[in-house]
Design a binder for this molecule. Structure first.
Ligand SMILES: [Zn+2]
Length: 278
């Protein structure tokens, strides 16, 4: 990397931190994934609506500014935003949970969050091991109605979701699984090591590397037919969306899931080795 490209990359990164990725707020056509699961997120921030006869479950509230977009996507699909009974998240980072307080207020949905992410959600992001109290990563605090633990079930109507603790990216990062039409659905919480994450001698999160190790063993053990995640980019959402009308359901992608998990594990191991001086 030359000085100039290095500088430009750095400047772009700083700009992204300050302004967020423009694709986070770009609208995207809401669509059926499979069974009763729909995509209602933006171009780059995934949000899922799971429709049941007893009301709906929403996974990820995204940014504060995403709320009207999510509501519009739900309405375009012919469902009611007000029928949102349960609100879940992938993990306690503002790009997945900043809209939660507003959605709770507008719909009265019960907010259910994995135990280790609850303190941060209720403190509006304060106390995060990496981002601390930096203004750009904070979000409106929200009361959690039900604290989830690893393996807990969330039930509504005939839908059962299972909360798998896949920590490291955040302390309570959650991978959701469910079944539709006999197929296993996995919504990956995030296996990513963000820039600046300390995997070694992290005083604020001493077990971080162990948690990532556990996360990869969990992700590798989950049966997966339909591969989804906190960002559409995890599973090539746009490319698959373009193939919706081609016949076979493009979201059925067990090999893509295995390849993604293997790739992310490799990235984690490279970073861990680098930080361990190996
Ligand atoms: Zn995150």
């Amino acid at each position: 990397m030359t000085f100039r490209t290095g500088f430009l990359a750095l400047a772009t990164f700083a700009l992204l931190l300050a302004q967020n990725d423009p694709d986070w707020t770009k609208p995207f056509p809401p669509h059926l994934i499979a069974g009763n699961i729909y995509y209602v997120g933006s171009k780059a921030l995934a949000s899922y609506l799971i429709v049941t006869p007893r009301g709906n479950i929403l996974i990820n509230s995204n940014l504060e500014s995403s709320v009207p977009q999510i509501r519009e996507s739900i309405q375009k699909l012919g469902f009611q935003f007000a029928d949102t009974k349960i609100l879940l998240i992938s993990h306690a980072h503002f790009d997945h949970c900043a809209g939660s307080a507003k959605i709770k207020q507008l719909t009265g949905a019960k907010y259910m969050v994995m135990d280790a992410d609850v303190p941060e959600i209720e403190a509006g992001g304060k106390g995060n091991f990496q981002y601390g109290n930096s203004a750009t990563s904070l979000y409106p605090p929200s009361k959690v109605d039900r604290t989830l633990h690893d393996g807990d079930q969330v039930k509504l109507g005939d839908t059962v979701l299972i909360a798998h603790l896949t920590a490291g990216h955040t302390k309570g990062c959650t991978t959701w699984t469910t079944k539709v039409g006999g197929q296993n659905v996995v919504i990956v919480g995030s296996p990513n090591v963000n820039p600046g994450y300390k995997l070694v001698n992290n005083t604020l999160y001493p077990q971080i590397a162990k948690d990532y190790e556990h996360t990869f063993s969990v992700l590798k053990s989950l049966p997966c037919d339909i591969f989804l995640g906190a960002h559409g980019g995890y599973y090539d959402m746009e490319e698959k969306f373009a193939r919706i009308k081609d016949g076979a359901n493009p979201f059925v992608d067990p090999r893509g899931y295995a390849a993604y998990v293997a790739d992310r594990e490799q990235a984690f191991r490279v970073e861990l080795a680098k930080q361990s001086g190996k």
